[in-house]
Design a protein. Sequence first.
Length: 358
Amino acid sequence: MKNEYNGIVNVYKPAGFTSFDVVAKLRGIFGQRKIGHTGTLDPDAVGVLPVCLGNATKVVELLTDHDKEYVAELLLGVSTDTQDISGRVITPQKKEKNNSETVSKNISENITKDFPIEEMLETAAERIRRIDEQTVRDMISSFIGEQDQIPPMYSALKVNGQKLYDLARKGIEVERKPRRINIHDIEIMDISLPIVKMRVHCSKGTYIRTLCNDIGEKLGCGGTMKSLERTRVGVFGADEAYTLDRIQKLKDEDRLNECVKGVDALFTDLPAMTVKESSLPKLENGNILAESDLVYINQADTNAANITPDNKESVNITRHDAVNLHECVRVYKPDGTFSALYRYEKGIKSYKPEKMFL
């Protein structure tokens, strides 16, 4: 009988692959259809792309909500229609205000020409020669914090049922509603003008291409993204990510399970409970669990996907010691199998199922 894998693979996406290309490749390697990625990376970008297998696809939207970390190169002095160097260089112009909900215009009116990267760098160096390094540092730092960001035209977001990048490829630009994002931190790793290398810790929904564009726009010289690596999504970091070649090698050696992380790895910050043997049918049927149906797992001994009756210290649960400020908890079977997330309901002093992974 063929193995059905349930869990998350931390994939290091190579350049030239779309996120869907990665999913298609993994479907072939794992031999199963139920696979989904957790957040699109541009084809030219590299880095962390968590991919969910089997019942782990239920947490795709939860992973998408996690904070992310990127290392990006900002090229100052150049603006492009895609906001990265894959696009065509455009001539900045003042935007006319319009009170209508959707404004359309022809993008190609602003496009000058395609530039090879060498020519882009020459143009950039000339345009920023009057801007000093400290001014750049101060401007970048000003982008830390909560703010509204207008998504780029070259994105998969939809307006009136149409994907923005489909409209952009036709030369049509429409008004996009700004989205609230949070840039938690920007670390400037290197400045060799016109290029700035920076590490960005940000909330979901943040477009690093747009951040680069906006920094350049505020400096008055233009800016575009030269390169991008996603180094972290929640608990998944680039250092522990698997390349597609390495995953294929593990399959050839019959060791595929080594790269599949348990779903509960996402929830190590939540209290852990194990259901009593007598109450196991309630859990398996997705029923409400009373406090008396559960025992609390000592957090010091709780490691995701490694909980067994032999390595946990359990005591009768009370809402004070097990839940404290948390309302959501991990629930395990007596044999240590992660089974569900349950949410504590104060009114009935019991736990209701939030997400089942049986």
